[in-house]
Design a binder for this molecule. Structure first.
Ligand code: DHB
Length: 314
């Protein structure tokens, strides 16, 4: 059988498929529907220091080509997470990555420091790229010095994996990945949602209360693959591919492009057990082809750099 496990620093993931932040709550809501232990890892909804109500409705709209959302980082806050959600997550038997969002560098540090005192958090994903809040969010994610500073300040606070989730809403995402790498980040997640908008012609209003939101789902997969390709060329740290993955084939496309792991997001709303199915599908595909370790296909893309337009600006 093909080896599916993957080690990132102190964490041994049983497979390379994670559920993306904000698409799986804190795991407990879907526990009756999914064998959570078969997921490579659960990334929590973003946690802030204080609870957040998020943005007013309407905050989600399905378009013909993807889901648009403007949740505004609604979450129960890190203290309630520790009290009410972490005890359950500790029993699940899969890696738990806490996603952190904040409106200041100090707040990121405080949340991480609180989680660091707890058992059951295996690593961190830093959300510097929420498109739907004024303070923090894209202010950070679209500033290379800010992304560098956040990574630099958080790095000494933990020896667990520190993953930074990057936004595609920038000119050259590779520069941001380089900043994370040079400040000691362990991995980057590529990509967060793309800014999008939907308009109701009858009311002549935008559907979302915040006018724009984050676009996700299969529509963004080709964009995500191109960004993963770009980032993989630019850094040595692992890249976690995310964007529109619905099937094992989609996930394999990211792995072949060079992603060491993948995240499944929007598809969780349609098929809560999709991460389990995708992990099994990857193993089966590799097994049928005599691949010893899923890692053997990572970065196996046969692309001629001399004809790639992207390579010219890297
Ligand atoms: C939200 C955060 C994100 O990082 C994202 O991509 C989309 C939505 C939010 O909570 O609004």
């Amino acid at each position: 059988m093909t080896t599916t496990s993957y080690r990132l620093g102190s964490v041994e993931f049983k497979n390379r498929v994670l559920v993306a932040s904000g698409t799986f709550g804190y795991g407990d809501e879907v526990a009756d529907l999914v064998d959570l232990s078969q997921i490579g890892g659960i990334i929590t909804k973003s946690l802030s220091l204080k609870p957040r109500d998020g943005n007013p409705p309407r905050r989600i709209i399905e378009t013909a080509s993807g889901m648009l959302n403007s949740i505004g980082l609604a979450n129960i806050g890190v203290h309630r997470f520790i009290e009410e959600k972490l005890p359950f997550l500790r029993t699940v038997g899969t890696a738990v990555i806490a996603n952190i969002a904040a409106s200041s560098v100090d707040e990121y540090c405080s949340v991480l420091a609180l989680l660091e005192e707890q058992k059951g958090v295996d690593g961190y994903e830093i959300n510097v790229s929420c498109p739907n809040v004024r303070e923090g969010g894209l202010n950070f994610g679209t500033s290379c010095p800010a992304v560098a500073e956040i990574t630099r300040r958080l790095r000494p606070l933990t020896s667990k994996p520190l993953i930074v989730k990057l936004t595609p809403n920038v000119t050259h995402i590779a520069e941001f990945a380089r900043a994370v790498e040079s400040e000691g980040g362990d991995a980057v997640s590529v990509i967060n949602t793309l800014i999008g908008m939907a308009v109701d012609i009858n009311s002549r209003r935008p559907f979302l209360s915040t006018v724009t939101g984050g676009l996700s789902g299969p529509a963004i997969k080709p964009v995500a693959l191109a960004k993963v390709y770009e980032v993989v060329k630019a850094v040595k740290i692992p890249v976690i591919g995310i964007g529109g993955i619905r099937t094992a084939q989609d996930a394999l496309e990211f792995l072949v492009t060079g992603a060491a792991m993948v995240q499944v997001g929007t598809q969780n709303f349609v098929q809560p057990d999709c991460a389990v199915k995708i992990a099994a599908g990857i193993a089966e595909w590799c097994n049928e082809r005599g691949v010893k370790d899923v890692g053997d296909i990572v970065g196996s893309l046969k692309a001629d750099a001399s004809v790639s337009i992207l390579d010219s600006w890297l």
